[in-house]
Write a protein that binds this ligand. Structure first.
Ligand SMILES: *Cc1c(COP(=O)(O)O)cnc(C)c1O
Length: 252
């Protein structure tokens, strides 16, 4: 007699279901605590975990996943093409020579941080649209460097992003592009300061950007360890890895 899958329920599936449930409860609680009537969207960051986990998450209702390296992301996207309404968010440092690849699978790039990358993505989009490789504009978020000036001068590890004075020129560059749609801002909390204070500054900056570009309403902030603070400061998109998938094999 052979065993069917039903005799052996997938343990990883069970584990992911439980972890996801716990994270969703935290988000719900934080949403209520913040007096918000809508919970932010959950993007599960699947870096370091196999495409099989993306499939398991999909079965649990997840429709948005994030990755931070093009090579890994493009391979996983190719393995999960049958999941048609799955959206891929690129959240990592992006090199210009990866733009062509990223626009083939990503609906959204969260880590836009320099004018030359605007040009590279815009050109890559032009080609992809002409070739019928995609139909929609690329949604982009501008990554903000939340480190305070004093710390930035010291040798604190760079986490990417533009400083406040580089932001307006970058917005202008995206507005001038043909194929990029500015959706809002993204940030990672700095290591040397409570997330609360950093996200409060981010929220102010987001309000300012919204006054200038009314469509730029997204605020991508909040990871496993600081999702509550991000929800309190108006995050519309949370990027959660570890607390849904478990400990990653290496730092990343
Ligand atoms: C890995 C990563 C996340 C997820 O972080 P966790 O601590 O695993 O929740 C979010 N954003 C970016 C940019 C990441 O690289």
């Amino acid at each position: 007699m052979t065993f069917t899958e039903q005799d052996h329920p997938d343990q990883r599936q069970e584990e992911l279901a439980q972890r996801l449930d716990a994270v969703q409860q935290r988000i719900q609680k934080a949403t209520v605590a913040a007096g918000r009537d809508q919970a932010p969207e959950l993007i599960v960051v699947t870096k370091y975990f196999p495409a099989a986990d993306v499939q398991r998450l999909y079965r649990l209702g997840i429709r948005q996943v994030g990755e931070n390296k093009d090579q890994e992301a493009s391979a996983k996207a190719a393995e999960t093409l049958q999941l048609e309404d799955l959206r891929w968010h690129f959240v990592g440092q992006l090199q210009r020579n990866k733009a062509k690849s990223v626009v083939r699978y990503a609906t959204t790039v969260h880590s836009l941080d320099r004018p030359r990358l605007v040009t590279a993505l815009d050109n890559a989009m032009q080609t992809a649209l002409a070739a019928g490789e995609r139909e929609q504009q690329l949604e982009v978020l501008l990554q903000i460097d939340l480190q305070r000036d004093a710390e930035r001068a010291a040798d604190a590890p760079a986490r990417g992003g533009v400083t406040q004075d580089q932001l307006m020129p970058l917005i202008a560059a995206v507005e001038e592009s043909a194929n990029l749609q500015l959706r809002g801002l993204m940030a990672v909390a700095p290591l040397d300061e409570p997330a609360e204070a950093a996200f409060a500054r981010l929220a102010e900056l987001s309000a300012e950007v919204k006054r200038q570009v009314p469509g730029a309403t997204w605020l991508s902030a909040g990871m496993s360890q600081d999702l509550e603070q991000a929800v309190a400061h108006g995050a519309t998109h949370l990027r959660i890895g570890r607390d849904v998938l478990g400990q990653r094999p290496a730092a990343g």
